[in-house]
Design a protein around this ligand. Sequence first.
Ligand code: ZN
Length: 95
Amino acid sequence: MSIPDESIYIVSMRVRDWPKPSVPGSATNTCGACGDEVWVSPATAKSLPGVPVLCVPCFQSQVKTLPAGEKAEIYITAKSLREVAQTLINRRRRN
Ligand SMILES: [Zn+2]
């Protein structure tokens, strides 16, 4: 699989690497390149419905195939950032 120009993908952690999701309420999806099971947070699923998912190792492999001078752009939505911040706050309160 190669990533065409201007394509958008969700990049997610593999379930086999992170048996528990970082963000509570995350659902599993499938990496479009290797078929591994991955976590997708509720905010990401809601913000980017229907967007294909890549696991982190497949994303890293694809970035290495980009022509010289081209770079992948990575974005995090405000909702996803709030989700991560709230998860970290909740963890701190429990400890
Ligand atoms: Zn993959």
